[in-house]
Design a binder for this molecule. Structure first.
Ligand code: GLN
Length: 231
């Protein structure tokens, strides 16, 4: 077998607060669909890595500045990002939704005139929210992480936020005082990203490991760990 010292080693950035994909468990360990998958894939493909949890925007900037080798962070594969980064095969389907306070009377972007909307810097959902701003006449406020953004809506400072559907649904299912009021749009998919042309071996390993994980049931086991309907 390959000795640890002989294995390729990478630095991989993640979003510190993006459950069920990336989050810090009570024991301090970073876990979630992304991070459990990465762990399984690294084992099956024989590489090691150091995980760097940070804000999503910081992770993407760190990759762009070549301070890290890769990003796994519920990161949507977009044409703009594909110009800068190489993505793995998609591993999860997403889409953007609008969420409001649990008892809010707001039911659509039409109700946001003159109100403040909370967005998370550097995300596809923020871009989507921003694209509606002119038409619906709301103000925007930016946050670095999802939890702070949600709290601004929960405590009534902001009237709504925009977030990825699987993340918002998971948070609400786990007791967050918000509700989703729009259907998912955008239909994006998540991928693991590295700098363009710079980490072919890592992307190839990731794709191989992902394929294997889908085939041998590991992928399903990891997803079910967080999203299983039967408990
Ligand atoms: N999927 C979204 C994006 O890529 C949000 C990712 C995140 O906040 N971790 O922009």
């Amino acid at each position: 077998s390959v000795r640890a010292a002989d294995k390729p080693s990478y630095t991989i950035a993640t979003d510190a607060t993006y459950a069920p994909f990336d989050f810090q468990a009570d024991n301090g360990e970073y876990r979630g669909i992304d991070l459990d998958l990465l762990k399984e894939i690294s084992k099956s493909q024989g590489f090691t890595y150091t995980l760097k949890p940070m804000s999503f925007n910081a992770a993407v900037q760190a990759l762009d500045a070549k301070q890290v080798d890769g990003v796994i962070a519920g990161m949507s594969i977009t044409p703009e990002r594909k110009a800068k980064f190489d993505f793995s095969d998609p591993y999860y389907d997403s889409g953007e939704v609008m969420a409001v306070g649990k008892n809010s009377k707001i039911t659509s972007p039409k109700d946001l005139k003159g109100k403040t909307v909370a967005l998370k810097t550097g995300t596809v959902a923020a871009e989507y929210g921003k694209s509606l701003q002119k038409k619906y006449g709301f103000k925007v406020k930016y946050f670095n992480d999802s939890n702070t953004m949600y709290n601004d809506v929960i405590n009534g400072n902001s009237a709504a936020c925009f977030e990825d559907y699987p993340v918002m649904a998971y948070g609400i299912k786990n007791g967050m005082d918000l509700k989703i009021v729009t259907k998912p749009v955008g239909g994006g998919q998540y991928g693991f990203a590295v700098n363009k042309g710079m980490n072919k071996a890592l992307i190839t390993s990731f794709n191989k490991g992902l394929k294997q994980a889908r085939k041998d049931g590991t992928y399903k086991k990891v997803v079910d760990r967080y999203l299983s309907t039967k408990k």
